[in-house]
Design a protein around this ligand. Structure first.
Ligand code: SAM
Length: 342
């Protein structure tokens, strides 16, 4: 057993069970840590200080982790040694769902890999094999290989709770810091448009951590928009307006935006001109692009030329390589500011 320093809610014994259920429902119970009794008080481990809103004292305590000492799941996987050393060292976790990628010839071992992950990380409920992101809606083809068959979960990032089903809608937990960075740039009273919002991670992060006048959150995927609406309720944000449909059509109904987020890295560039016509002078577009690493400069030059063709001048405030996509390709974030007419 490992001892960890965990945030706990101190609840009288008689109220412990109902509070535990409430925390579970809110996605705030830290199921990776054991509940402990201390006289008439029960210490319920929680994931965030938000749990204090239930009205009990909250404090850091030494607690027993449920996690076993073995932290490399590969050592407990029931697979031949030649396979073990080819298993991935990292995987994505969305809420309590782990998403693994395996080379094609290792797929037959996926259920044993899943079991090993569940044993090593007790806070996981489900393990799913990722067979690639497909189609216009960018949905992952997931096959559950161990644990609970449902992939619907609640993911927590920077104090934002996101209900999401990664088998039905796109969500990338690796962009949490980028979303927080964008939220930190938003000034009070801004009108923001999130053209490809998914379940709303950018929109809700902005509404929660900044004070925009409004965030229009658009998506074509009906399931994503349903979760987006749920996430607006879960996070009690009032400035996010969910809009289901094609972003270009929806954009035609918007008059002037201070900031437009375009997170559809394979094809957002083709919507750039539509977005630019809606941007207020001095406003910013956050454009995400997947391309060959040595192509990004010429893409930036091409965007400037496209803007000049619309009689405006843009400035590249920032071009940042966010993550590797393939041996030669990466995802880039471009902060593009509308400077003036030309
Ligand atoms: N911004 C979200 C995030 O960070 O998790 C989702 C990004 S995902 C890469 C792109 C999203 O764009 C998907 O949810 C997809 O359904 C949506 N999408 C694709 N084409 C669209 C269109 N023409 N109009 C509106 N949404 C679209």
């Amino acid at each position: 057993m490992i001892t960890v320093c965990a945030l706990c809610l101190k609840v009288p014994r008689g109220e412990a069970e109902s509070t535990r259920k409430k925390l579970l429902e809110l996605g705030l119970l830290d199921i990776g840590v054991r509940i402990r009794r201390d006289g008439d008080i029960v210490l319920l481990p929680v994931l965030s200080s938000e749990a204090a809103t239930l009205g009990y004292e909250i404090a850091e305590e030494e607690m027993d982790s449920r996690e076993v000492l073995e932290t490399d799941y590969r050592n407990v996987a029931d697979v031949p040694d030649g396979v073990r050393e080819r298993l991935p060292t990292s995987f994505d976790i969305i809420g309590d769902v782990a998403i693994i990628r395996l080379e094609d010839d290792l797929a037959e071992h996926a259920d044993r890999v899943g079991e090993a992950l569940l044993r090593t990380f007790p806070r996981l409920r489900t393990v799913a094999l990722d067979q690639g992101v497909k189609g216009e809606l960018r949905v992952r083809d997931l096959q559950v290989v161990a644990g609970d068959p449902s992939t619907e979960t609640v993911h927590l990032e920077h104090g934002v709770r996101l209900a999401v089903d990664p088998a039905k809608e796109y969500f990338n937990p690796r962009l949490a810091n980028e979303r927080m960075r964008v939220a930190s740039l938003v000034k009070g009273g801004e009108k923001v448009v999130d053209m490809f919002a998914g379940v709303g991670p950018f929109s809700i992060m902005i509404a929660k951590h900044a004070s925009p006048a409004v965030v229009y959150a658009m998506d074509l995927n009906r399931d994503a928009v349903e979760h987006l609406k749920e996430n607006i309720r879960l996070n009690k944000v009032t400035t996010v307006v969910p809009l289901e449909g094609d972003a270009v059509e929806l954009l035609s109904g918007i008059v002037g935006a201070d900031r437009i987020i375009m997170n559809l890295p394979h094809s957002a560039r083709s919507f750039f001109a539509d977005a630019l016509t809606k941007l207020n002078m001095g406003g910013t577009i956050h454009l995400y692009v997947i391309c060959e690493r040595d192509e990004i400069s010429s893409i930036a030059v091409g965007l400037s030329a496209e803007a000049r063709g619309m009689c405006v001048r843009i400035g590249m405030d920032r071009i940042e390589e966010l993550k590797t996509y393939s041996p030669t390709m990466s995802v880039f974030a471009l902060d593009i500011r509308l400077l003036d007419w030309c």
